[in-house]
Ligand binder design. Structure first.
Ligand code: UD1
Ligand code: F6R
Length: 417
């Protein structure tokens, strides 16, 4: 059952390139339309014979999918679009909503955090995030013109399910993003998208997280399909979606480097993680994985909040991870790195492989460890960035001698409040 791996968690981490493909399978359509007007594009969209569905994607090698992705040009020949069977009849309703409210717990909440900015950018509808238990504690106001999006791997989490019942009672449109077909949340939502990441057995969520982000990105692409102004941005994202599985595979090849890093950190008491923008979620998810599995204290911190308290924790004994891959906030992350180093922090930097400035500056510095990853479109970068830290939390846990698939006091489905 573990397919040659020693634990479900490490198997599921390594399954991620395939899980991403499964999540996209049958949902990315290649249009054979000629370059032309948007109306001809829409016609093509309606005529199924002029669409080649990328559902044979499983038979393709990762390399051929990559070639398909990089071969796409900005003209509309072969330009892909998104088909989400469960949402086709709801797009207009969702786009007319006053607010999109994402509701989830734990890692699923972090997936919403990672994708929120893109949903805001592409739909121009205000997006808020709610931890299910907090929404219920506050009995927060919800209205008939809200769309509530319930994200859950198991589809059975009690808090999320109770929040769904509450939202239905308030008359909101309820959309589910679940990995378990036939689960309570899948059945009780008005519409939704199955994640199709495959069964996840390890208590700590790994492949469901990266695939949930992918689903929310695909939903944002679907909802913004009619926007001409968003077309170039959508094309950029669609191209990189197809490159993602092979890029993920390359990150997984770094496991031996990560194992060495885990050895250096295994006896620490605490690990801080800093990120901002799309990668605030990466810092939060890293910290959750490290604490729930290795029982080491860990905190995810928004880098923009550094000077509002967390900086006081930094000295030569405190290891800190900084997610500083290339995007529009890279200069701000560079400044965070400088602030931490000025307080003699011991740093692990996640950087873009092509960021010669950072890599050149720190190679050889014994207080700084570098992890390099490929650069992908900013909104997809969190999908790659979490992988080294899933591996780190796995190896830390093994080195510290704990049960990585069954951490104490936790259950895979949290069916009580
Ligand atoms: C569906 C089939 C898939 C098939 C594809 C072919 C299922 C489960 N999926 O996938 O096997 O290959 O058509 O076109 O039979 N839903 C919710 N809440 C949720 C998740 C889903 O209400 O949380 C609903 C959707 O609105 C939809 C149905 O469940 O009506 C199936 O969703 P999904 O599997 O995502 O749809 P397809 O991708 O079309
Ligand atoms: C952490 C983890 C949990 C779950 C949370 C919600 O690794 O797995 O934080 O994400 O309990 O579970 P689902 O997604 O099943 O609603």
């Amino acid at each position: 059952m573990k397919g040659g791996y020693s634990h479900f968690m490490i198997k599921e981490i390594h399954e991620q390139p395939d899980a991403l493909i499964e999540t996209m399978r049958g949902r990315i359509l290649l249009q054979t339309a000629r370059r032309g007007s948007l109306s001809s594009l829409k016609e093509v969209d309606r005529s199924s014979e002029s669409l080649r569905v990328l559902d044979s994607v499983r038979d393709l090698s990762l390399d051929s999918i990559r070639a398909l992705g990089s071969g796409m040009s900005s003209d509309f020949d072969q330009a892909p679009c998104i088909k989400l069977g469960g949402l086709e009849d709801y797009v207009d309703n969702i786009m007319r909503s006053r607010r999109l409210i994402f509701i989830a717990c734990g890692t699923s909440y972090h997936a919403c955090l990672a994708a929120r900015q893109l949903v805001e950018e592409l739909t121009c509808v205000p997006v808020t995030l709610e931890l299910a238990s907090d929404l219920l504690d506050r009995q927060a106001p919800l209205f008939r013109d809200d769309t509530c999006v319930f994200v859950s791997q198991s589809g059975e989490t009690a808090d999320t399910l109770n929040a769904l019942k509450y939202a239905k009672h308030k008359g909101a449109l309820c959309l589910g993003i679940t990995n378990t077909v036939g689960s309570s949340i899948s059945r009780e939502t008005d519409c939704g998208v199955h994640v199709n990441a495959g069964v996840e057995i390890g208590v700590a969520s790994t492949k469901a997280y990266t695939c949930q982000i992918l689903v929310i990105v695909m939903i944002a692409l679907k909802l913004s399909e009619d926007s001409i102004s968003k077309m170039p941005r959508r094309q950029e994202i669609l191209r990189d979606l197809l490159n993602l599985p092979s890029m993920m595979k390359k990150v997984l090849e770094k496991e031996s480097l990560i194992k060495e890093l885990a050895k250096e950190l295994a006896s620490e008491n605490s690990l801080l993680a800093f990120g901002r923008g799309y990668n605030y979620a990466t810092a939060m998810e890293l910290a959750l994985k490290v604490k729930e599995l290795s029982y080491m204290h860990s905190e995810g911190i928004l880098a923009g909040e550094l000077k509002h308290g967390p900086l006081a924790l930094i000295d030569e004994t405190m290891p800190a991870v900084v997610v500083a891959t290339r995007d529009s906030l890279r200069e701000k992350m560079w400044s965070t790195i400088q602030q931490l180093l000025a307080r003699k922090g011991r740093l692990v930097l996640l950087v873009s492989k092509d960021d010669d400035e950072i890599i050149g500056h720190f190679s050889g510095n014994k207080n700084v460890r570098l992890i390099e990853v490929d650069t992908v479109c900013d909104c997809l970068q969190p999908v790659l960035n979490i992988v080294p830290f899933q591996l780190l939390s796995y190896h830390l846990t093994i080195l510290r001698g704990y049960n990585v698939d069954q951490p104490r006091n936790l259950a895979k489905s949290v069916t009580v409040e």
